[in-house]
Design a protein around this ligand. Structure first.
Ligand code: ZN
Length: 380
């Protein structure tokens, strides 16, 4: 799928000027890959011995604070390779994780199978939070009607709510996440997403467009998040940065030992996420989230720049047939006609903060927090 307009593309990675805050130096190299290299140095210790030392220190701390409790850490699992491998390594290191999964009604069957095989094979307890379908569907309808750009706020907010909630329930300080620099280190352009803890936005949009009241949706707002970080001392750890994480090797191990089935692209274990990122988001807003992902792989040497550029010109699906199948699935599940989808895709964006929002509160608290020189837990 190609999109209209001539874009200036970075000469080193594959980011382009669909990111509003991109800038290029005299050689045409962009600020995104420049920042990425700096962050990579900061987060991932290039010395294997030093990294091993940090891993051992982390494992010791997790075990220590978990003593006497039924678990010592929380690991959110989606059925994707990153979170699956986090669970495997944590268990190999002698940790006692509680696996936590959020079911928003859109899980690909392969994701559910992956999770079931994994927790059975590892002997790990699984807590699944199910959001009732009429409720999540109503919230999604409201988000679509509002024409805001980050419908995935619903998923990310609920996941944070469930994971921090379970950590608080068991008095655990450590949430080990499958986030890592090696495969997703390049930041998303700010204008492609929205503040994920904006509960007021979710509630306000639902109210304005006739959506449901929150019942089974485990929303988390700025204040509750601050309580988890400051009072419960919950830490979100990008666990895979502590080990030598190679995606190919991880997939091989998962397939061999846990009957794992991989998918074509990152974060595509949900049918909605796949259809949203692969079709709706680029069509309606012109944002292709594959760009930062592929740019990261180029920068870490896992893919050549030519390969990445080629992928970006193709549809975000293994084939047109699979795209059509997801479209049919989406329409049927939401009860939409083709015409309704086309109308949605053709309407212009309305900013999230045209509706009630706590993004400004978040920014103020974050500013205060940084002035107090505290470390901020990273969300995803
Ligand atoms: Zn670049």
């Amino acid at each position: 799928m190609t999109y209209p307009g001539n874009h200036q593309v970075c000469t080193r990675c594959v980011m382009d000027d669909t990111a509003a805050d991109i800038s290029f130096d005299a050689e045409g190299v962009c600020n995104y890959c420049g920042e990425f290299l700096k962050r990579l140095d900061h987060y991932v210790d290039p010395d294997p011995a030093a990294r091993q030392g940090k891993l051992e220190a982390l494992v010791a701390k997790v075990k220590e604070q978990g003593r006497g409790k039924p678990y010592d850490c929380i690991i959110g699992v989606s059925g994707g390779v990153d979170s699956s491998y986090t669970l495997v390594r944590a268990k190999q290191l002698g940790l006692r994780p509680l696996a936590v999964h959020m079911d928003s009604g859109w899980n690909a069957e392969v994701a559910a199978n992956n999770i079931a095989n994994l927790v059975r094979g590892l002997g790990v307890d699984l807590y699944t939070h199910v959001i009732e379908w009429p409720e999540i569907r109503g919230l999604m309808e409201a988000m679509f009607a509002a024409d805001v750009r980050d419908v995935e706020v619903l998923y990310d907010n609920a996941l944070a709510g469930v994971v921090y909630g379970q950590a608080a329930k068991y008095g655990l300080h450590y949430i080990l996440a499958g986030s890592n620099m090696a495969t997703e280190g390049m930041r998303m352009p700010g204008e492609w997403t929205w503040h994920k803890l904006d509960k007021r936005n979710i509630v306000g949009i639902s109210k304005q467009f006739g959506g449901p009241k929150l019942k089974t949706f485990p929303a988390i707002g700025t204040i509750k998040y601050a309580k988890h970080i400051l009072i419960d001392r919950a830490h979100w750890i990008a666990f895979l940065d502590f080990i030598d994480y190679r995606k190919d090797a991880a997939i091989e191990e998962l397939q061999r030992d846990y009957g794992y089935k991989p998918y074509a692209y990152k974060h595509y274990e949900s049918v909605f996420t796949r259809f949203w990122q692969g079709y709706m988001l680029p069509r309606k807003f012109g944002y292709d989230k594959r760009k930062p992902h592929l740019a990261t792989l180029v920068m870490t040497g896992e893919m050549t720049r030519a390969e990445a550029l080629q992928k970006i010109t193709e549809i975000a699906y293994p084939s047109q047939r699979e795209l059509d199948a997801d479209k049919t699935y989406f329409l049927k599940k939401m009860g939409w006609s083709e015409a309704k989808l086309e109308d949605y895709l053709n309407r212009p964006e309305v900013r999230h903060d045209a509706y009630p929002s706590e993004a400004a509160l978040w920014e103020r608290l974050l500013g205060l927090y940084r002035r107090l020189n505290l470390k901020v837990g990273r969300l995803r």
